[in-house]
Design a protein around this ligand. Structure first.
Ligand SMILES: Cc1ncc(COP(=O)(O)O)c(C=O)c1O
Length: 397
C-alpha cells in the first residue's frame, strides 16, 4: 500500500524567481564577493524606500540589535525594555551589550507593546537606556505614545521591525523612516518580507549613530573621515600613511556579503508586490475566519498599514474542545503547517533562571495560550487558502 504524504503548506516561505538567480550569478562573475558596491546599493535602496538618511546592512537582524543596543548606550548597570511577545533576539540584545533586559506587557488587541505598561516598566527601571518595541507580525506599534514615554525617561527607541519591512505607521511615514525612533532594525531571513539568505539592516537619521554603527560592524575600526586618535601615527612628513587604520573601540565582525545584498536587492524590487498579495490573503482570512465561534484574528486593526509577516489567530482551545497540539497535528495531517509566535520570552528557561516570571505579563500569557499562526506567504494560492480555511472551520468551529 502506498502512503500518500500530502505536501506541507508551510506557515511562511520565500519566493525566488529567475531574476534573483540571474542577479546572484552575475554578481559572482564580478568577483566582488564582500565589501563591494552591492552592499552600498542595497543600503541606498532601503534608505530611500523607508525615508531614512542612513542605512547600515549587517549579517543578521540579531547582530544589528546587538550593535544598536551598544550604540544606544546599553551596558552594565543599564536596562533595555522590550515586548514579551517577540523572538528571543530582541531581549538577548540587552544581554549581549552587558545590560539587563526588562519587559513591558502587550496590548491584547494588537499583540504589540502597551505604552501604558511601558510607562510602568520605565518607572520601575530608572536606568533604562533603550526601549525596543516590536512591530509584531508586521503591525506597527503605537509609536508616538512609545516615543513620548521613552523620551520622558531619557531612553532611546530602537524599533525591532524584523517583521515590518514595507509597513506604514498610522502617522503616514514608512516603518524604517525613524520618524519616532533613533534606529530601526530589519531582518532578511528567508521567512521575512524579502530574503537575503541571512541578513539585517539598521536605519537611522542620526549621523553620529550612523558612524558608530559603521565602526561597530567592522571590529571598531575607524571609518569614513573619522578623526584618528593617534594622528602622529597616521602621517609621515605631512603625507598620510596609506596602511594606517585605528581600532578605536571593541567592535564586531557583523558585515554582510555582496552575494547576500545582491539577492536582497533583487528581492527588494518585488517587495510591494509581495505585500499586496499578503494583504489580499489576510483580508480573505479575516472575512472567512471572523465568523467562527472559537477563533479570531489576533490583530484586527491596521490591515492597510501592516507588513503582514504572519497571520496569528487566537483560538479558544477549551471551548473548541481540542488541544493546540492535537490541532497542529490534525492540520499537519491535512498538509497545513502552523507555528506559535511566540512563547513569551520571560517563560524561556534561561530567562526564568534570570528571575523572570511569565505570570508578571498576564496579557502575553493569555495571548500565548490561544496563539497559532497559519500559512501566509506570496505564493500561497487561493485554493490552498480555501483548504486551510476549510480545515480550520472543520476542526475548530
Ligand atoms: C521580532 C524578531 N526580531 C529579531 C529577529 C532576528 O532576526 P535574524 O534572524 O535576522 O537575526 C527575528 C527573527 O526571527 C524576529 O522575529
Amino acid at each position: 500500500m502506498t502512503v500518500v504524504i500530502p505536501t506541507l503548506i508551510p506557515y511562511g516561505r520565500h519566493h525566488l524567481d529567475e531574476e534573483d538567480v540571474a542577479a546572484v550569478v552575475s554578481l559572482l562573475r564580478t568577483g566582488a564577493l564582500t565589501q563591494g558596491p552591492a552592499v552600498d546599493a542595497f543600503e541606498e535602496a532601503v534608505a530611500a524606500y523607508v525615508g531614512a538618511r542612513y542605512a547600515v546592512a549587517v549579517s543578521s537582524c540579531t547582530a544589528g540589535l546587538h550593535m544598536a543596543a551598544v550604540a544606544a548606550g546599553v551596558g552594565p548597570g543599564t536596562t533595555l525594555i522590550t515586548s514579551p511577545i517577540t523572538f528571543v533576539a530582541s531581549a538577548n540584545s540587552a544581554l549581549y551589550a552587558g545590560g539587563t533586559p526588562a519587559f513591558a506587557d502587550i496590548e491584547p488587541s494588537t499583540v504589540n507593546m502597551s505604552p501604558q505598561r511601558l510607562s510602568d516598566a520605565l518607572t520601575h527601571n530608572p536606568a533604562t537606556r533603550a526601549v525596543v518595541p516590536v512591530h509584531f507580525a508586521g503591525l506597527p506599534c503605537d509609536m508616538p505614545s512609545i516615543k513620548a514615554a521613552a523620551d520622558a525617561a531619557g531612553a532611546a527607541v530602537i524599533e525591532d521591525a524584523a517583521h515590518a519591512l514595507g509597513a506604514t505607521y498610522s502617522t503616514g511615514e514608512r516603518v524604517g523612516s525613524c520618524a519616532h525612533s533613533l534606529m530601526t532594525l530589519f531582518s532578511f531571513h528567508p521567512v521575512k518580507a524579502i530574503a537575503a539568505g541571512e541578513g539585517g539592516m539598521i536605519t537611522t537619521n542620526d549621523e553620529a549613530t550612523y558612524r558608530r554603527l559603521l565602526r561597530l560592524r567592522s571590529h571598531g575600526i575607524n571609518k569614513l573621515d573619522d578623526p584618528f586618535q593617534l594622528p602622529e601615527q597616521a602621517v609621515t612628513d605631512d603625507a598620510p600613511n596609506p596602511w594606517y587604520y585605528e581600532m578605536q573601540e571593541l567592535g564586531y565582525h557583523y558585515r554582510i556579503t555582496d552575494i547576500q545584498c545582491t539577492l536582497a536587492l533583487s528581492q527588494f524590487r518585488k517587495l510591494d508586490m509581495f505585500i499586496a498579495r499578503r494583504r489580499q490573503l489576510v483580508k480573505a482570512y479575516d472575512a472567512a475566519l471572523g465568523d467562527l465561534r472559537h477563533c479570531r484574528p489576533a490583530q484586527a486593526s491596521g490591515r492597510d498599514q501592516s507588513g503582514h509577516h504572519l497571520y496569528p489567530l487566537r483560538i479558544d482551545f477549551e471551548a473548541a474542545g481540542i488541544t493546540r497540539g492535537d490541532l497542529m497535528r490534525a492540520l499537519r495531517a491535512r498538509g497545513v503547517g502552523t507555528q506559535v509566535h511566540y512563547i513569551p520570552v520571560p517563560a524561556q528557561p534561561y530567562y526564568r533562571r534570570l528571575g523572570f516570571r511569565p505570570d508578571d505579563y498576564p496579557a502575553a500569557q493569555a495571548y500565548y495560550r490561544e496563539a497559532l499562526s497559519i500559512p501566509l506567504y506570496y505564493d500561497l494560492t487561493d485554493d490552498q487558502q480555501q483548504h486551510i480555511i476549510g480545515s480550520i472551520a472543520e476542526l475548530v468551529g
